[in-house]
Every structure is written in structure tokens, then in C-alpha cells.
Write a protein that binds this ligand. Structure first.
Ligand code: DGJ
Length: 740
């Protein structure tokens, strides 16, 4: 694999074996965008790809040169106010109140490797090349760095932008997109991942049309409502064929992901910090870095787009001991006990879990302060001794003695009104002076834009973590920000709050990871309300949803896989009737769905039958055998709707595991068949005592178990009805294909 960035004839060509990205310095010294897509051969001159097409009424840059109009040109980092009326990539206001800028090319550097962005999550690696272009506006003294990174083995470009004030007066940034991309046409459908609590990241697809369409968050977190992701696909693109572009932001705060189709059918994609409720004062000499945006291209369907994201996140974003490693099988007590537990009941759950083969016990909410319900104690990270008389230390030692690792829940960013922390530092909670504060789950959000607040929580968490052998931390976050305001910011800087807040969250993660590098972090936000690439840099797995129903999880995990790897999706088997939707599904189906994630349990195994406990043991044995294939292999979505199918194939293509799920049974149905993908054509695979060549499985397809067809007439028909767990609604099958 090659990675090259070349510069000739005022043109940059960034490419690897899969993608090309071409930028041209235009005759006004702005940057024009020539191309992003499948790799094209390099040549010294791409001028013939430049489209200059004006109209008699469009503003033009040079007198009489009607064809050179910013209104029509495809641009790299466009501004507003000098001819381009589409939404711009940035806006910077000078001290005279003007936001007119003229960023022209000054210089560039091309280098191996890439730098981290201080304070922000960012991709890394040694298989990467960097182009940094410096643009400058000499009138207001603004320098802008456009950074491009290309990894040798991934069809993606990572971009970010830095603003530097080289004047002597303050500048105010009002919009600072990480990336802007102008595509030649608008024949696209836009995919977004939308939802709410307990139904996160459902796939929505719409045809894009003239004007602006976008998803965004202004909640202080990336949110369950819209994930920081959009894909643009051709109408005919499927999971396995056709063009698709994917865009995401390596960021966990307020974002904007916007598509604008202009009058000439150019599609402009903008990705960055949400400009709504944002600005940033840049004093003389200061620098502001945007988060990184990831731009992925696939010419072979959505699966390839997703795999590009998966590979980038697994190889060049996630860090630490668990990078590229399968994850411990855990049991979490939340749905088993909620707040109602003590040391004895916890140890009972743990003992049965250990006997079943589980590796890690996680103690969830309710172990601290005087927390018996959600109205008290957040912020007081000291042990609730009435429940746990031997402390976290004593409990974790007993759990470790059983042969289980121990994990603990925190919600670091929050405080309850009823808490010692709030009594001592009421000003630590976010509130606007002289205004009532809204509640969310009976709690307030701490002002993490203030260093002293982050320091305070860091010290409290360290005190607990230091006492015990903690292998895992679940970092929860259960409400969004309201009445945003910080006592540490001047009136003019209040709109820096949301970004500073998330920088505070990242700094706490950084400090904890530096101090406890062995701990596996799982991020969580009322389930999956902050499941984003920013979080994956710190916490390589995220609780995908509070909804543990097997059917709903099909929708959630299918959607989540659009960009997040299987190994990052927290997925557990829980009790039935399900606590979120009251649905009853079989233990088999619940596990068959949860296997395609981090896999764990979230119920009291003492409350299931002996036969079910045996089944749990078998599930864990199965999972341990195939965990590496599932969590580290290549993941493919095959079908969704009433029948879901997904597949993982090991890197060496010797093993493939197919999950097949039926939501509702239908009477006397047709035979179900699915074409596998990603196998070796010439390899013979065995599955359920039959042998198939890869090309048969991929072209003829795999006949899936036929559905129950009701009462059957046969020679010895006795007119009896029999029911079975694999018949009827909510059934599933796992097929394992192993090379012979
Ligand atoms: C929300 C999380 O998503 C749940 O898993 C659980 O940890 C609760 N919070 C605890 O309050």
C-alpha cells in the first residue's frame, strides 16, 4: 500500500491505493476543490478537471471574468461575504465588527506521520502522511492551517483546521468547521442515525434536495437524537455495491453535519462544532484547533464504507491495553438489582456468574453516598457503607478472590442537590445567575469548563480507585445541559462554554488514563447518548443503549455498525420480560444478538432455571471460542427488516459467523436464502455438517432454516400442535462456517 501527497502545478494530490483527494490553488489564491473519490492516476496537472462556470449575474472576483465566481466554484474552505452565498466553513469577526475575510494560500508542508491535537481526541499511526496548508488573511491577521491526513491502508481522509491570531487585536471565531467538501452533483441519498433514549441510531435514509438538510446537537453531548454521522450514497448503492461517502467527527459535544445542495447541484458537506451557541475569542498569538473530521469513500457499497471507519477506529483511534483485543465478558448488576443491593446479594450474583464462565463483575449505580434512588449523592464518591460495609476495597477483594475482575460505575460529570458536594460547592453546578435551573433525572451537570471542578472530581475518583483493584470503569452521563453558563467565563466568552465543557471531560479522561493505564473504560450516556468517535479515543467501548430487548437491539446494533466497530458496542443479555419494552424473547435470541458486540449479561443468574443456566454456560463457551473472530473480524450487514442478517469474517477468511434473526413469523413462508460476502471463493467451508465452497455461499447463497409452517398433513398426522422455541416470533440462528 502506498500513501502519497504530491504538489505540482499549484495542485495537491493526496492519495493511497483507494482514494484521491485533489486541491488546486485558484487564481485568486484561494483553494479550490477538484475531486474526492476513488483513486485516479497521478499526473502533474489536473487543470482540466477545474470547472469555472459563471453566470452573468453572479458576483465575480476579477472584473469582466464572469466565469470566476465564488458562487459557483467548488471550494476547499469557503467563506461568506465575497460571492459565495452557501453556508461557509468558517466565520471570523475582526475587532471592527466585520466578518469579511480573504484567506489566501501562503505555504504548505508535507510530512510523514501526524501530530496529536492537544486536548482533543485524534487519530494516530505510523502509516500516515500529513499535508498542512497555511492560508492567511493579512488584513485582519488571521492564519488558518488546513490539515489533511491519509493513512496507507484506509480509504479515508482525516481533516482538521487551526485558527491562529497573528494580529495584535482579538478575533472572534463564530464558525469553525473541521471540514467542508463540495461534490460535483447531488444525486445522493443521505443516511443519518437518529433516535432517542432506548432507540438510538436507527437508520434514516432520504433523498437530498435543493437547500439545506442537516443533523446537529445543541445538548452539550453528541446525543441519542442524532449521531455525528452522515453518509451520502448513490440511490442504487447497496450494502455491497455502489458509491458511498461517510463523514463523522471525532468529537463528543455539540456538532453540525450539514448538506447543502446549491442552484447548480453542487453538494456541500460541512462537518464541525455546531456554530449555534458557539464562538471563541482568539487573543493575539492564540490558536484554536477544531476536532478532526473523517471523510471516507467506498466504491463497493455501504459495508466497505463502514469497514473503513471500523478499521480506522480500531487501528488508529482506540488506544490502550484493549486496542485490537477482544474484551472481557462481563456481568453488570444494574437490571438485576437497580439500587437495591448489598454486599451479600452482589457476591451471590458474582459467584454464579463466575461459575458460568463470566470474567468481569461490574458494580453499577448505587454504591456511593447515600444513594438508594436517583435523587441523591452524585458527586459524593465515597462508599455507601450501609450497603457495602467492607467498602469497595473489601467487595472487590472478595470478587477478585472468586477469580473475577472487578469494575465500577461512576457518573463524574454530575451532582445531586442532595449531596455533600453541592452543599459545599453549589457554584460547581451549571446554572445561569438569577435563573431557575432545570432538572434532568433529579441532577445537575457540573461545570467541567472549570479546571478546579475537574480537579475536584479527579481527586475524588482517584481516592476510590486507589483503594481497590479496579479493572474497568463505566463512565455514565445521564442528562444534557440546560441554562448553560460558566462563572469562569466573561460575558463575551459565554459561548465558549459548550466546547470548554467537553474539553474538560476529555481532560478528566486523559488524567485518569494516564494514572490508571490498565483500566478498561466503557462510556455510557443513559445508554448510547454519547456514542461517538471522540469517546472511542478514551473509552474503547460504549454502552450502546439502555434498551436490552433483543428485537430493538437488532435495529440499534445494525445502525451503530454504520461506523462503529462491533468490538466497541456494549451489548448484554438481560432478563425477560424485557425491562424497556416488556417483550419476551428466548434466551437464545438474546445471546445471538448480544454476541455481536462486547457481550455480557445484565440479570441475576440466580433467578433463571437450572436449564437456562446451563444454556448460559454454553453461550459463554461458544463466545469464548469465537470471540476473536466476532470482535476483530470484518463485519458485514446483509439484510434488515423483518429478517436481519449480519456476518463476520475472520481476517484470514478461515471462519465466518452468520447471525440470522426473524422478528415476526409468517404463515407458510417462502424459503429464505442469503448470499454471504467476504469469503475465499475457493475455500471449502463446513457448516452444520454440510460443506460449501466460498463461491457457492457467495453466489448461490445459504439456505436459512425454513420457517415453521403450522400444522402439517402427513401420513401419520395426528392432528397435534407442537410449539418450539425456534418457531414463531423472535427467533434466531447462528451459523458458523469453518474452512476445512
Ligand atoms: C444509565 C445507564 O445507561 C444504565 O446502564 C445504568 O448505568 C444507569 N444509568 C444507572 O443509573
Amino acid at each position: 500500500m502506498i500513501t502519497v501527497i504530491q504538489f505540482s502545478n499549484n495542485t495537491f494530490h493526496i492519495y493511497n491505493d483507494d482514494v484521491s483527494y485533489i486541491i488546486k490553488i485558484l487564481k485568486n489564491n484561494h483553494l479550490g476543490q477538484l475531486y474526492f473519490g476513488k483513486k485516479i492516476r497521478h499526473r502533474d496537472d489536473f487543470d482540466h478537471l477545474l470547472v469555472e462556470k459563471g453566470t452573468s449575474l453572479a458576483p465575480c472576483v476579477f472584473k469582466g471574468d464572469l466565469d470566476f465566481s465564488l458562487e459557483v466554484l467548488k471550494q476547499e474552505y469557503p467563506s461568506y461575504g465575497t460571492g459565495d452565498y452557501r453556508d461557509p466553513a468558517y466565520q471570523v469577526v475582526a475587532d471592527n465588527g466585520s466578518s469579511i475575510t480573504d484567506l489566501v494560500y501562503k505555504s504548505h508542508i508535507i510530512k510523514n506521520g501526524k501530530d496529536a491535537i492537544t486536548g482533543l481526541p485524534s487519530t494516530y499511526g505510523n502509516n500516515v502522511e500529513t499535508l498542512e496548508i497555511t492560508l492567511q488573511d493579512d488584513v485582519i491577521g488571521l492564519k488558518v492551517l488546513l490539515r489533511y491526513h491519509v493513512f496507507s491502508d484506509i480509504a479515508a481522509i482525516v481533516r482538521s483546521t487551526a485558527f491562529i491570531n497573528i494580529s495584535t487585536k482579538p478575533l472572534r471565531i463564530e464558525r469553525a468547521m473541521s471540514a467542508s467538501l463540495d461534490l460535483y452533483d447531488s444525486n445522493f441519498e443521505m443516511i443519518t442515525l437518529d433516535g432517542a433514549w432506548a432507540r438510538e441510531r436507527h437508520i434514516s435514509t432520504r433523498k437530498i434536495t435543493s437547500g439545506i438538510q442537516s443533523v446537529a446537537s445543541s445538548r452539550g453531548a453528541s446525543s441519542a437524537m442524532h449521531n455525528p454521522f452522515i453518509a451520502l450514497k448513490r440511490p442504487q448503492t447497496t450494502e455491497t455495491a455502489g458509491e458511498a461517502y461517510g463523514f463523522t467527527l471525532i468529537y463528543s459535544g455539540n456538532f453540525l453535519a450539514q448538506v447543502e445542495v446549491d442552484a447548480y447541484d453542487v453538494t456541500r458537506v460541512l462537518m464541525g462544532i455546531n456554530p449555534f451557541e458557539f464562538n471563541w475569542t482568539l487573543l493575539a498569538g492564540e490558536k484554536f484547533d477544531t476536532p478532526e473530521a473523517v471523510l471516507v469513500y467506498s466504491d463497493s457499497g455501504l459495508n466497505k464504507m463502514s469497514q473503513n471507519f471500523h478499521n480506522l477506529f480500531r487501528n488508529n483511534l482506540m488506544r490502550g491495553k484493549y486496542k485490537q483485543k477482544s474484551r472481557p465478558i462481563l456481568i453488570n448488576n444494574w437490571e438485576a438489582t437497580y439500587f437495591d443491593f448489598n454486599e451479600e446479594s452482589i457476591l451471590k450474583i458474582a459467584a454464579t456468574a463466575k461459575a458460568a464462565g463470566i470474567e468481569l463483575f461490574v458494580l453499577d449505580d448505587g454504591w456511593f453516598g447515600k444513594r438508594d434512588n436517583d435523587s441523591t449523592s452524585l458527586g459524593d464518591w465515597s462508599v455507601y457503607l450501609e450497603k457495602l460495609p467492607n467498602g469497595i476495597k473489601g467487595l472487590s477483594e472478595k470478587i477478585n478472590a472468586m477469580g473475577l475482575d472487578f469494575g465500577l460505575w461512576f457518573e463524574p460529570e454530575m451532582v445531586n442537590e442532595i449531596s455533600e458536594l453541592y452543599a459545599t460547592h453549589p457554584d460547581y453546578a451549571i446554572a445561569t445567575p438569577n435563573r431557575k435551573s432545570s432538572y434532568g433525572r433529579n441532577q445537575y451537570v457540573l461545570d467541567f469548563s472549570r479546571t478546579e471542578v475537574v480537579d475536584c472530581i479527579f481527586n475524588k475518583m482517584c481516592e476510590i480507585i486507589d483503594t481497590a483493584n479496579i479493572a474497568y470503569i463505566k463512565w455514565d452521563m445521564n442528562r444534557n445541559i440546560t441554562e448553560a453558563f460558566s462563572h469562569s467565563l466573561t460575558a463575551a466568552c459565554q459561548k465558549e462554554f459548550f466546547h470548554r465543557y467537553i474539553l474538560g471531560v476529555y481532560s478528566l479522561y486523559d488524567r485518569l488514563i494516564a494514572r490508571f493505564p490498565e483500566i478498561l473504560f466503557e462510556s455510557c450516556a443513559s445508554g448510547g447518548a454519547r456514542f461517538d468517535a471522540g469517546m472511542l479515543y478514551y473509552a474503547p467501548q460504549a454502552w450502546a443503549s439502555d434498551n436490552t430487548d433483543a428485537v430493538e437491539r437488532l435495529h440499534i446494533q445494525y445502525g451503530t455498525s454504520m461506523l462503529y466497530p462491533i468490538v466497541s458496542m456494549g451489548s448484554h443479555v438481560a432478563a425477560v420480560p424485557n425491562h424497556q419494552v416488556d417483550r419476551v424473547t428466548s434466551l437464545k435470541m438474546r445471546a445471538d444478538v448480544a454476541y455481536f458486540g462486547t457481550f455480557g449479561y445484565e440479570l441475576d443468574l440466580n433467578k433463571i432455571s437450572a436449564a437456562e443456566l446451563e444454556q448460559v454456560k454454553e453461550q459463554i463457551t461458544f463466545f469464548k471460542k469465537y470471540q476473536d473472530v466476532i470482535q476483530l473480524g470484518d463485519f458485514y450487514r446483509l439484510s434488515q427488516g423483518n429478517f436481519y442478517c449480519w456476518l463476520v469474517v475472520s481476517a484470514d477468511k478461515s471462519t465466518a459467523i452468520l447471525g440470522y434473526y426473524k422478528i415476526l413469523a409468517s404463515p407458510n413462508p417462502s424459503i429464505k436464502k442469503i448470499n454471504l460476502v467476504g469469503l475465499n471463493s475457493a475455500t471449502e467451508y463446513s457448516c452444520n455438517n454440510k460443506n460449501y465452497y466460498g463461491d457457492e455461499l457467495m453466489n448461490v447463497g445459504m439456505i436459512l432454516e425454513t420457517e415453521f409452517t403450522g400444522l402439517t398433513q402427513s401420513d401419520n398426522f395426528e392432528g397435534k400442535y407442537t410449539s418450539g422455541t425456534d418457531k414463531g416470533d423472535f427467533t434466531s440462528q447462528i451459523y458458523v462456517f469453518e474452512a476445512i
